[in-house]
Design a protein around this ligand. Structure first.
Ligand SMILES: [Zn+2]
Length: 86
């Protein structure tokens, strides 16, 4: 499995039991934690980057506004740039 980096979307909790997160860009499911299961797991901060590969998920450090190598969405069109905003 090749390494793909995703942008973590909002965390939602379903039925007070399942914590789920998807990629904000491509929609791939990243986490599905059963709070009543044996492995609690840990959600990721919304807006952070995570890499998915053969070893599972891992956090990716990114320098500011740069898109990481291997991002799931690479053709980003900048519609407007606001002065002072990185
Ligand atoms: Zn993605």
């Amino acid at each position: 499995m090749s390494r793909v980096v995703h942008l973590v979307g909002s965390e939602i909790t379903v039925d007070d039991r399942f914590v789920r997160q998807r990629c904000a860009w491509c929609g791939v499911a990243l986490l599905d934690i059963d709070l009543e299961g044996p492995h609690k797991g840990e959600s990721f901060a919304t807006g952070s980057w995570v890499a998915v590969d053969g070893d599972g998920l891992s956090k990716v450090a990114v320098d500011g506004h740069h898109y990481p190598d291997g991002a799931c969405v690479t053709d980003v069109v900048v519609v407007e740039t606001v002065p002072g905003v990185h």
